[in-house]
Design a protein around this ligand. Structure first.
Ligand code: UT7
Length: 353
C-alpha cells in the first residue's frame, strides 16, 4: 500500500491583525516587519469561541468532505500543535470528540514537534498506512498562538511573526504504485532546545540552567515540587515564547536545503523535478533564500506567510491546501514539503500527487 493525500482543508479565523495594529501595542512598524519577514498581516482566533481544537475541526471537516469519506471512516488521528487547548490531554482526543467519532474509539496521537510537527505527523501516518495498520488517517496541524504571546515591546521579536490557523489532510491507503508519499526524512538536534522555546510553565524546576531562583521555584515541605507555574513566572511574564532569531535563521537555511536534498537523493530525483515546494512558512526571507540557492523558479515555490504569518504546525497544511485550491498542484506533480524549527527539529517529505 502507498499513502496518498486524499483530501485537504484549512481554516483561518476571520480577524485580520495588521502590522500597524501590532505597532499600537509595541515598538515595531509595518516597514520593519515586512522587510525582515515578508509578513503583512496574520489572523487571530476569536477567544473564547475559537481554540486550537475548534479550528482543527473546521479544517478537518473540509478535508473529510474532499476525500469523499465519512468521519466514521477515519481510523486514526494525529494532531500536531505547540499551542494545545490543555496542557494535557492533547488536542487529538478533543478533535475526536468535536467530530463526534467517539463511538469507534480510534486512536489519537499528539505530536509536539512545533514547526516540523506536520511533517513528523505525516511521516507517522505514512508508516501506519504502509504497514497496513490503518486506511484513513486524519493528520492535523493547528495553532492558537495569539493566546500565548507577549504584546509588549519585550516580545516583539517573536510576537510579530506568529498567527493562528489550522490545516488538515486525510492520508489514505492506495494501491496505485507511483502515487503518494515517496519518502520522508526526520531530524533533530537538542543542543539548541532553549533557543526557540516556551520553557515555563513546566516541570524543569530551574534544572537546565541550574537557577531555581530565576523562576521562583522553592523547595517545599511537600513530597513533590508542588507546581508547574510559580508566582514569579506570572509576575515577570516568564510564560511566553523566546527565540534567538538569528541563530534559528542561520540553522534554518542550512537544514532546509540539506533535508530537501536528502529526500531528492533518496528518491533519485533532482531539484528541477520538483513541481511545488511548500516550505514551512517561518519567514519569507528563509523561503526566498532556499529558492535562490536551489535555483528554483517562482512557479516551483509556494508562500502565503504574507497573509497568515507563521502558523507553526499549521503552516504547511494551510499552504498545501491553498496551493491545491489555486490549481497549482496537479495529478502526477512532485510536491516537496520541508520544515525547520524549535527543538531544533526538521524534516522533509516528497509526494507524487
Ligand atoms: O518557525 C520557527 C522558526 N523560526 C524562524 O525560522 C525565525 C528565524 N528568524 C527570523 O526570522 C529573524 O531572525 C527575525 C525576523 C525573528 C528577526 O529578524 P533579524 O533581522 O534577525 O533581527 P534581530 O533579531 O537581529 O534584531 C535586529 C534589531 C534589534 O535591534 P538592535 O539591537 O539592532 O537595536 C531588535 O531589537 O531589530 C530589533 N527588533 C525589532 N524592531 C522592530 C526585533 N524585533 C523587532 C520588531 N520590530 N518586531
Amino acid at each position: 500500500m502507498n499513502a496518498k493525500i486524499a483530501g485537504l482543508g484549512y481554516y483561518v479565523p476571520k480577524r485580520v491583525v495588521t502590522n500597524d495594529e501590532l505597532s499600537k501595542h509595541m515598538d515595531t512598524s509595518d516597514e520593519w516587519i515586512q522587510e525582515r519577514t515578508g509578513i503583512k498581516e496574520r489572523r487571530y482566533g476569536d477567544m473564547p469561541n475559537e481554540t486550537t481544537s475548534t479550528m482543527a475541526k473546521e479544517a478537518s471537516l473540509i478535508a473529510i468532505e474532499r476525500a469523499g469519506i465519512q468521519k466514521e471512516d477515519i481510523d486514526f488521528i494525529i494532531f500536531a500543535t505547540l499551542s494545545p487547548d490543555y496542557y494535557f490531554p492533547g488536542c487529538g482526543v478533543l478533535l475526536q470528540r468535536a467530530l463526534g467519532i467517539t463511538g469507534t474509539t480510534i486512536g489519537a496521537l499528539d505530536v509536539r514537534n512545533q514547526c516540523s510537527g506536520f511533517i513528523y505527523a505525516l511521516s507517522i501516518a505514512d508508516k501506519f498506512i504502509k504497514t497496513g495498520t490503518y486506511k484513513n488517517i486524519l493528520v492535523v496541524g493547528s495553532e492558537m498562538h495569539s493566546m500565548g504571546l507577549d504584546f509588549s515591546t519585550r516580545g516583539r521579536g517573536v510576537t510579530v511573526i506568529f498567527g493562528d490557523g489550522a490545516g488538515a489532510a486525510i492520508v489514505q491507503a492506495t494501491e496505485e504504485k507511483d502515487k503518494g508519499i515517496l519518502t520522508s526524512h526526520l531530524h533533530s538536534d537538542g543542543t539548541f532546545a532553549e533557543e526557540l522555546a516556551m520553557i515555563s510553565p513546566g516541570s524543569h524546576g530551574g534544572f537546565h540552567d541550574n537557577d531555581q531562583e530565576k523562576y521562583g521555584f522553592k523547595k517545599t515541605d511537600k513530597p513533590g515540587g508542588g507546581y508547574f507555574v510559580t508566582q514569579k513566572m506570572l509576575d515577570e511574564e516568564l510564560t511566553t515564547p523566546n527565540m534567538n532569531g538569528q541563530l534559528v535563521f542561520k540553522n534554518a537555511v542550512v537544514r532546509f536545503r540539506e533535508v530537501i536534498h536528502e529526500a531528492l537523493t533518496h528518491a533519485q530525483l533532482e531539484p528541477e523535478d520538483i513541481n511545488m515546494l511548500i516550505p514551512h512558512q517561518a519567514n519569507l526571507r528563509i523561503s526566498q533564500f532556499i529558492q535562490k540557492s536551489m535555483n528554483l523558479s517562482d512557479d516551483q515555490v509556494f508562500n502565503n506567510i504574507q497573509k497568515y504569518g507563521n502558523t507553526t504546525a499549521a503552516s504547511i497544511p494551510i499552504a498545501l491546501t491553498e496551493a491545491w485550491e489555486q490549481g497549482k498542484i496537479k495529478d502526477g506533480d512532485l510536491v516537496c514539503l520541508a520544515a525547520f524549527g524549535s527543538g531544533f527539529t526538521w524534516g522533509s517529505a516528497l509526494i507524487r500527487w
